[in-house]
Design a protein around this ligand. Structure first.
Ligand code: SF4
Length: 223
């Protein structure tokens, strides 16, 4: 709370809180956070039910606390922006569509599907990710992916978060191009794939993009 107030006092107009949302299960605490000047929230949801969510959060009771936090947030009558971050991993990818529906029930403004598990193949996760993107589009909620290269997102390029935020920092260290990349139109924009992912699964899932319909538009965003 002190940090939010200090940031506000120093003239910061957009203050974003990244949290598991559990503390917002106490409505009076949430109200204090909002009164202190925070109106942007990013909340992580690992599953659509306690079994999935708490297996990954390793905290009994955390699912319902996060859900109550989201309910309190959606019910509070102030201007705010709520982003749901869904880390995608081998323990929860089969639940992805349900997690997205859960997120939509709380009036979420944006959803981020973040591929964070190099032991989960894109081949397994992508059908659920694509279903999830379509569910979100159908419900008119903006949805983005993290960590999925252009060649696997053809036709859905506008949902790749890195075209807006860039692939630097983390990706520079952990990603590398592989033998499919030199032939790809995105080779100057895309860092490739996770080093440990390629070690485990190889590069057979990736095909170079020869002529991306959105390539010129995406290139402009990088200029
Ligand atoms: S082929 Fe390589 S450069 Fe092209 S999109 Fe895929 S990972 Fe990126």
């Amino acid at each position: 709370m002190d940090i939010i107030q200090a940031a506000r006092g120093n003239g910061c107009r957009r203050i974003k809180l990244i949290t598991n949302g559990r503390a917002f299960s106490h409505a009076h605490y949430l109200q204090q956070v909002i009164n202190a000047g925070c109106s942007l929230f990013e909340i992580s949801l690992w599953g659509s039910n306690p079994n999935f969510h708490e297996y990954l959060s390793r905290t009994p009771g955390s699912f319902w606390e996060t859900v109550r936090g989201l309910e309190n947030l959606s019910g509070i009558p102030v201007d705010k922006f709520v982003c749901l971050r869904i880390p995608v991993c081998k323990e929860n990818f089969s639940d992805l569509e349900n997690i997205i529906v859960t997120a939509l029930n709380f009036g979420t403004n944006r959803i981020i599907l973040s591929m964070q598990d190099s032991t989960l193949s894109f081949q397994s996760a992508l059908p659920h990710i694509i279903n999830g993107i379509n569910i979100s589009i159908f419900n008119r909620v903006w949805i983005l992916t993290e960590g999925i290269p252009f060649c696997l997102m053809q036709g859905l390029e506008q949902h790749i978060s890195e075209i807006y935020s860039g692939w630097d920092t983390l990706y520079e260290r952990m990603y590398q191009q592989h033998k499919q990349c030199p032939e790809c139109v995105y080779k100057e924009l895309c860092p490739g794939t996770g080093v440990s992912y390629i070690k485990q699964f190889g590069d057979g899932e990736f095909s170079p993009v020869r002529a991306g319909k959105c390539f010129q538009d995406i290139k402009v965003l990088y200029a």
